[in-house]
Structures are given as C-alpha cells and as structure tokens.
Design a protein around this ligand. Structure first.
Ligand SMILES: [Zn+2]
Length: 229
C-alpha cells in the first residue's frame, strides 16, 4: 500500500525536497535548485589522505585512491543528520547517486574496482540504528556502477568509541585492528564505502583487513569528505 502511494506521489511529483521543503518534486529527492547547489568536491580532493606515514605501523599500506563526493557544509550536514540520526533510510539512493556520479568522473580513464564492500558497524550499533547505513549506501552505489557488492565482506570485531569525541592520534589508535575481512580478496581491487570520511582512520582499518586477505588495491569511497575535521 505504501509502495503504491509512493508511486502515485512520484508520478504526480507530490514529494517535497529534502533540503528546502519545496513541493512538487519526486519523492525522496531534491528539487532542481538544491540538487544544483550541492557543495561538491573535485576528483582528487582527498588524495592527500594517502600521506599518512606517521600513522602507519610496519607493513601497513594506505588506500590506493581516496574519493569523497560532497563537502561537509550545512546543506550536506542536514542530509547526513536526517539519514544517520533521524533514521531516514530513504535518503540512501539520493546520497549514493551523488557518490556514483562523482566516481564515474574519477574513474573515467581507468577501470573501476572489482567489487564493493561497506564499512562495517557493530551488531549493537546496527540494532540501535535499525538499519546499516553504509551497507545501504554501498548497495545503491554498486547497482549504479554495475559492480558486485560483497554483503558482510567486512566485520567490526571491536567497538570503537565515538570517533568525533577523540583526538586524531587516539582515533588512529582506536581504529587499528578493529575490522576483519571475512572472505578471500586475493588479486582483487576492492572499494570500501563509508558515509563520512574525515581523518581516514576508519577507512584504514578496513584497508588493513582487506590487504590481509590478499586485496591488490583498496580504494576509499565516501559520500562526504569532512575537510574540517
Ligand atoms: Zn530544494
């Protein structure tokens, strides 16, 4: 019934824009003005995150590429807050499409990775939130880019304290060894999807786990890159 009403609303453009509340847009989307005004990054904006030698321990290898689609500015903060903390899972396709469009630009001169995985969350956090936000994003991105999505490819084996409360050094310390890859990724290039990328500590925990299981290269993909953090 709900799906029917949604289709009906979409057909007649009876939804409201997620950002400004302007009516008459397709449901779960942005109006053309807000879509146009989204603060976007250029392709190589976060490549400097590879330069993290001081945080790496022996045998650690950084991600090959770091890509973030949107800037951490008020319009984007509002969308992410709705998505993550107000439990609006229906925002996943909107956010994932922004990332997919950015990635098409980033990889226009070379092949996309072989598969996509999501940054994992603990069972406890998952139950609390009611949905797995990075897995939802990763699924939508993999469909948009026609890549295989490896469900449950990474597992969180240790809870990490709220990262935005911790200092940078502590974030690296907390994240190290917190994730485990559950499959063999020998010879594969693997993309890891997260919602917000800041220091890169969480991504590096994912990359470590994937390199340990044979990944040839790991690429970091995030909907938002928070340059201020
Ligand atoms: Zn709008």
């Amino acid at each position: 019934m709900l799906a029917f009403l949604q289709r009906f609303a979409n057909a007649f453009e009876l939804g409201t824009c997620w950002s400004c509340g302007y009516s008459k847009v397709a449901a779960a989307s942005l109006c053309p003005y807000c879509e146009e005004a989204l603060p976007r990054w250029y392709p190589r904006c976060c490549q400097h995150l590879s330069d993290i030698e001081q945080h790496l321990v022996a045998e650690q290898k950084p991600c090959r590429y770091w890509y973030g689609a949107l800037r951490w500015e008020p319009q984007v903060q509002q969308l992410i807050t709705q998505f993550k903390f107000r439990y609006k899972a229906e925002l996943a396709p909107l956010l994932a499409n922004q990332l997919a469009a950015h990635l098409r630009l980033c990889y226009r001169e070379e092949p996309l990775p072989d598969c996509v995985v999501a940054v994992p969350m603990t069972q406890q956090a998952w139950r609390k939130r009611g949905f797995h936000q990075t897995a939802l994003l990763a699924r939508h991105v993999s469909v948009a880019l026609e890549l295989p999505y490896i469900a449950g490819g990474l597992r969180k084996i240790r809870a990490v304290p709220m990262q935005h409360m911790a200092s940078k050094a502590l974030r690296w310390e907390n994240s190290r060894g917190s994730q485990l890859a559950l499959q063999d990724f020998s010879g594969c290039t693997v993309a890891v999807v997260d919602d917000v990328l800041s220091t890169g500590a969480t991504m590096m925990a994912a990359a470590d786990a994937l390199y340990k299981k044979g990944a040839r290269a790991v690429d970091a993909w995030a909907v938002v890159y928070n340059q201020h953090d």
